[in-house]
Ligand binder design. Structure first.
Ligand code: NI
Length: 171
């Protein structure tokens, strides 16, 4: 197992639509192990493979710090097959540092996918699990929380990033 580097906005891989997993080979299993370790290391509640530079449809989720009844899982080729209602919640993202914004999501979703063993699974979710699943599936489609906020807020974030970079160059 290894902790992998998390790509940050505006890295181009984060804008890509990720590829479906065909065969679950040793590389995919290692990817899942590394993503899990990286997620825990960074205190995240979810991570998508593209965030560690692998544009494939793999996510890991563990919302138990916020909802202790829920458990860790990894999901391949996740797909939202049902959605209902609306919910607004403050979200952050390991790939968009120092940005927390209220994002509108569906309140309930049902997500289908494959387990790391290749078994079809269906996850009914609401609350923080529903939000985390939608956030990670967004990543697989090249969508960041920055794409879900107003243009003005996005510009403010970009300006802040630019200023910080300039400051870093000077230091
Ligand atoms: Ni994220």
């Amino acid at each position: 197992m290894a902790i992998r580097e998390i790509l940050k906005y505006p890295h181009p891989i984060l804008k890509k639509r990720c590829e479906e997993i065909g065969q679950i080979d040793e590389d995919v299993k290692e990817l899942i192990r590394d993503m899990t370790e990286t997620m825990y290391h960074t205190n995240g509640i979810g991570l998508a493979a593209c965030q560690v530079g692998v544009p494939q449809r793999v996510i890991v989720v563990d919302v138990s710090p916020l909802d202790p009844e829920k458990e860790f899982f990894a999901l391949l080729n996740p797909e939202i097959v049902f959605e209902e209602g609306e919910i607004e919640h403050e979200e952050g993202c390991l790939s968009v540092p120092e940005c927390t914004e209220k994002i509108k999501r569906r309140e309930k979703v049902v997500v289908k996918g494959l387990s790391p063993e290749g078994k079809p699974i269906e996850i009914p979710a609401e609350g923080i699990l529903s939000i985390a699943l939608q956030h990670e599936i967004d990543h697989l489609n090249g969508v960041l929380i920055l794409d879900r906020i107003s243009r003005l807020k996005r510009e403010l974030y970009r300006n802040r990033l630019r200023k910080e970079r300039k400051k870093e160059e000077k230091d």
